[in-house]
Design a protein around this ligand. Sequence first.
Ligand code: ZN
Length: 447
Amino acid sequence: MAPTGRAAVKDGAFQRHPKGLSLMAARHDGTLRARIKPAPRCRMRDNDLFRLALGVASPWFVASSAFDAANKRLDIKLDFKAGARFDCPECKAAGCPVHDTVEKTWRHLDFFQHQAFLTARTPRITCAKCGVRLVTVPWARPGSGFTLLFEGMAMALAMHMPVAVAAGFLGIEDKRLWRIVFHYVDAAVARMDLSGVKRVAIDETAAKRGHDYITLVVDMDGRRVVFVADGRSADTVRQFADHLEERGGDASRIKQASIDMSPAFIAGVTDNLTEAEITFDRFHVMKLIGDAVDEVRRAEVKARPELKGTRYVWTKNEANLTVRQSAVLDTLASTNLKTARAWRMRLAFQDIYAQPSRGWAEMFFDKWTGWARRSRLEPMKAVARTMQKHSEGILAWFDSRISNGLIEGINSIVQAAKAKARGYRNRDTLKRITYLIAGRLDLRLPT
Ligand SMILES: [Zn+2]
């Protein structure tokens, strides 16, 4: 057993025990309780310990450390050897002489329950080409008030909890953590490799309540978000084509695109992803038909009050109905209600997707549109015209088998994150969080 001793702590500094410390803990009265290990090979000065723990290499060394138990703060002072020369941060010229120094402080990983800070007189060198420049220290990014390891930890937290919560854990302001998130996400997005993208799904998601949207583009094979854009216009798709080409991709290599029937996305894909075959997402198609059924119901509800409050009975899939909704459906489905007739048309349309081949589907599709157009139900006639106009892209599903299912899943994760966290309604933050959650980014975090 190692003997246990006690050493008094000088104000703001470690008291080195002559036999060296292997483990220490601050006490409330400001003394350090230290267990002394007598093994002579383990003798180490605090400065050496911190130098090794921080991975500081020559010409840098740990000059001193000060520990303030009352303020829960550890300060480590770094310095460089006299006569040291440094690389120019701009042109990378080696061996530039030091002009003067500026004192800088960086927040580092906590030392147990204590906040830790590094301080160094940071040299400004004279470069023959660039003039006087502040050097880049090996433990921090230029301009950051945090060490790289602290930023790595901050990003790890931000990936798994709302930014405001992570900032609280770290004891920093939200906006400072956002700055770190923006830096690492933007850098990772800039070096994304999009050379293999061939099939995409494009969809919008709400940024705020109301009419503020961002558009997501998902690489269906990589199962990742590859682009997040403001708005949802035809120009959004053009921006994606540019984004793709800046990252090794090629718009003409995109062979399949899954979108809804909005004219903006159709025009955007037709003009910018010229080789892509469009598949209209089947969930959006079914939603349009469901909307038409509900329009029939709303027109009929005045004459037939039993239809009140039955919207979901007619528009949801039967498997998803509650027991009560199923009972209502059982009672009303076989009646002469116009709504029931429209509902049967919705079911028949769904069956088109269950056909064994595109040929069969085309035949059913033609029968269906004929039936709907003769139905004397205006909303069903209108939706049948829409379907006929877009038949090519609807039936393309039989060849491509792609839908927005994956993107819808990603959407719901993003929306859940937004619901949990204040600050995600801002488009710029929501974009970064979307990339962070669903972009499979290579963040290259410091470790
Ligand atoms: Zn230079």
